[in-house]
Design a protein. Structure first.
Length: 480
């Protein structure tokens, strides 16, 4: 074996020995957390390790863990607890207890509970708590227990403090969960208050409703008053606005009328000025035209005078003999024309005389025929009786009435106003007037003919009288 191999083996053995020592030391080292305490006892005596670690030698030392955590359990005695009034009640509470953190309390708790289980430890503590609770309940009334649970908890903590301290414990909190009884004392205890509270609530509700109704009525009245005032103000404002609008409209109409009058005056003046200017210009134009025509006439006269002089000279110079011959020819033609016109006039006169004689003969024949016709009519009229005359008069009456009413056909519109005096009104008045007009026809006939209707009918033979002499009617009656 070389030296190097020997060193290597020695080094390995040293490392292994070191690891073994560290493993053994780690197994011997115990650590205590902040929620627990280690109770170490042995050849070095009893010591408390909390929040740190320590080495525990085997065979000469031993250790146990003691929890410092909070313990919470129910305190509910199975038997009824009697109050100062002798009322049996059942109380259920919950308590939180822990081991004190100082070494003396930890040692005391270790002496009391180190080898006991959690159930055994809680049973011992519960018995102590129930005994103190029974004593405290016996000193209080039901009302105090029910209404002042904090006071019960404070008394429990104060009363149990000494006993818990002797066991190395402390009471963190004690709270009453429930208080009940079999005789319904607690239930009935609140009824007067409930009734009073209910009564007060009803009274308060009634008062609130009353106040609400009053406030509502006042609000409605105020709203009605405000609305009425607002309506009055609105009506006043509308009236004022309408008055202002009417005044503005009136002023506008007045201004429009004045402007329109001014415009019409200006227009009339402008039209009149235009007409005057037009007439002036027309007169000027006419004057200029007259001047132009005058100048033209003067020039024409001058031209004609010159032409006459030229013609005279020409006639004197060239056609004097021809003019004499032409004069003779014209005289001869005039004499011939005179004879022709005399012959034509005589022919026309004879024709006119012949035509007049023919027309006179026609008129004579026509008059003779009409006279004969009138004689025939007269003879026929002499044979008429009263019925024929009446029929003739009545049959001719529509034509007379139509002639009388013909002016109404030219009327576009008739407005009838009735005064309500009881007489005829409306179209009845119009037709009544037409009827009255028609009734005046006999009087018109008598006025035009100069003969009374009674005299006419007296001269006409009656109906059925064949032998009565027929009197000749006047010509005017026969023609009608």
């Amino acid at each position: 074996m070389t030296l190097t191999d020997s060193v290597t083996v020695i080094a390995g053995l040293l490392v292994a020995a070191t690891l073994m020592l560290l493993t053994v030391f780690a197994r011997l080292y115990r650590k205590a957390g902040p929620h627990e305490a280690l109770v170490v006892y042995g050849f070095r005596g009893t010591r408390i390790v909390k929040g740190r670690g320590t080495v525990i030698f085997p065979m000469v030392e031993n250790w146990h863990e003691l929890s410092l955590e909070l313990m919470s359990f129910d305190v509910a005695p199975e038997q009824n607890l009697y109050t100062r009034q002798g009322v049996a009640v059942t109380v259920e509470a919950v308590s939180q207890i822990k081991v004190k953190s100082d070494p003396e309390s930890i040692l005391t708790a270790a002496e009391q509970f180190l080898t006991k289980t959690d159930e055994e430890r809680q049973g011992l503590i519960r018995l102590v708590m129930e005994g103190h609770l029974r004593g405290i309940i016996g000193q209080l009334t039901v009302e105090e227990i029910v209404k002042q649970p904090e006071m019960v908890g404070d008394r429990m903590r104060a009363t149990c403090a000494d006993d818990m301290s002797k066991m190395g414990l402390e009471v963190i909190s004690f709270t009453i969960k429930e208080v009940r009884d079999q005789n319904e004392y607690i239930t009935n205890m609140g009824r007067p208050d409930i009734a009073r509270i209910k009564r007060d609530a009803d009274v308060a509700a009634a008062e609130a409703e009353r106040d609400t109704a009053i406030k509502r009525a006042e609000a409605q009245r105020a709203a009605a008053v405000a609305k009425a005032q607002a309506d009055q103000e609105r009506v006043a404002a509308e009236t004022l606005s309408q008055a202002k609008q009417a005044e503005a409209q009136r002023d506008l109409d007045v201004k429009k009328a004045s402007f329109l009058e001014l415009v019409k005056k200006q227009q009339a003046q402008a039209d009149k000025a235009y007409e005057i200017q037009t007439n002036v210009m027309q007169q000027q134009v006419v004057a200029e035209q007259v001047k132009v025509q005058q100048v033209q006439k003067e020039q024409e006269i001058k031209v004609q005078e010159a032409e006459i002089q030229r013609r005279e000279k020409e006639l004197v110079a060239t056609v004097l003999k021809q003019a004499e011959i032409e004069r003779r020819r014209i005289e001869t033609l005039a004499a011939a024309e005179k004879q022709r016109l005399i012959a034509e006039a005589e022919g026309h006169a004879d024709a006119t005389r012949t035509q007049g004689e023919a027309e006179a003969e026609i008129i004579f024949k026509k008059g003779e025929a009409e006279a004969k016709a009138m004689n025939v009519k007269a003879e026929a009229y002499q044979e008429w009786n009263q019925a024929a005359v009446v029929d003739r008069l009545i049959s001719g009456m529509p034509e007379v009435v139509r002639a009388l009413a013909s002016p109404l056909a030219n009327v576009d519109k008739i407005t009838i106003v009735s005064t309500g005096d009881g007489g005829a009104a409306g179209m009845n008045k119009v037709t009544g007037d037409i009827t009255k007009i028609a009734a005046q026809i006999p009087a018109l006939f008598e006025t035009l003919s100069g003969m009374q209707m009674s005299e006419l009918f007296a001269k006409i033979r009656t109906i059925g009288d064949q032998n009565a002499p027929a009197q000749t009617l006047p010509p005017s009656t026969a023609r009608s």
